[in-house]
Design a protein around this ligand. Sequence first.
Ligand SMILES: [Zn+2]
Length: 429
Amino acid sequence: MLTGRKYRLDLTAEQTAFAERIGGACRSVWNTALEQRRTYRRRDAWIGYHEQAQQLVEAKTEFGWLAEVPGHCLQQTLIDLDQACSRHGTWKVRWKSRARTAPSFRFPEGGKITIERLNRRWARAKLPKLGWVRFRITRPLGGKVKNATVSRDGAHWHISFLVEDDISPPERHAHPGSAAGIDRGVVKVVTRSDGVFHHQVFATDREVEHAAVLQRRLARTRKGSARRKKAAATLGRALAKVRRRRADFAAKTACVLATSFELIVFEKLAIRNMTATAKPKPDADQPGSYLPNGAAAKSGLNKAILDKGWHRIELAARSKARQTGSHVITVNPAYTSITCRVCSVVDPKSRESQAVFRCTSCGHTEHADVHAANNILTAGRAEFAQPRPGARAGARKPRNRVGRKANRQATAAQATAQTEAELAGIPRL
Ligand SMILES: [Zn+2]
């Protein structure tokens, strides 16, 4: 089974600078190649990975900053872009901006990476062109390295290895027939249908306040100034701390879920609802004024710090499920919170408050989230009983081959109609 291992790197100042340069080169290759693909598409033509890779080879002879970084990392960037474009469409793939994207690059050939253990705490890996890099070996690698990705999260660099551990997934889960519905919420992050809660506060009130102070301090600095850099780093560190807690919680919760249940049912998250700006709620005590959960409550900083990591929990569960033989599925969440699970009557009034569900028809009373989790479980059991091909847990959406074929045909048709001179205005890599 393929699995990931991530370690904190201890780079020298020289290596840090070089790693930044590699990240920058990959970013600019991504952006240029994306722009090229879009220009082609605007002219109803199409350019693929192989042609772009060929142009990259030519570009390397011309630009020193491209030639100095590991070629495989640049190639991998083009492969990633190719996959992103065929999966999501050329127009949906986003630019990588210097401010928003943390540098990250992959060494695709595990065979070229040598790993040595130095002592109990430290190990080192030899990467093409970057040389020997030291990392804290906090757990054994446990298998053969397939590739390595170097990335920066805030101030720290990490290396993650994709490892083949030669462990095959179990035929059947250790508790056959066990199942849980999961309701993800704000008051309790995870509520299980058996009435168990998994909850953690990721940022204390004081930390939320402090982050807001840091954010204001950042807003008062001038663009490109040294003070801005410093303020951004301070805020980044505060947010990274919260992010680590969230990741830790997701991993631990997912581990409990996957080891205890064969079937794990989540509600499908409506991403659009989560990222949309919330309508301000009128304040009942002061008519005419609004509670502070309006536009600002869902703005960038608050989202970063108050986020419950709902999607991450699902991802972690899917990952862990491969080791335990669990199945993770998602169901439509519509009406799960207002349908009585005893008499099936749908009534919004049955949800008496955030915490209490009391059926207006039969009087069934239960904790609202536990009740919703049970509805999710029922829906999930029904769906799991009749699996459709390709809809099983963890199945990846097939790549959009039809679109690519149509693209290629369009290109071929264009090539006959259009002369080389007409295409000459397109930028090359
Ligand atoms: Zn009822």
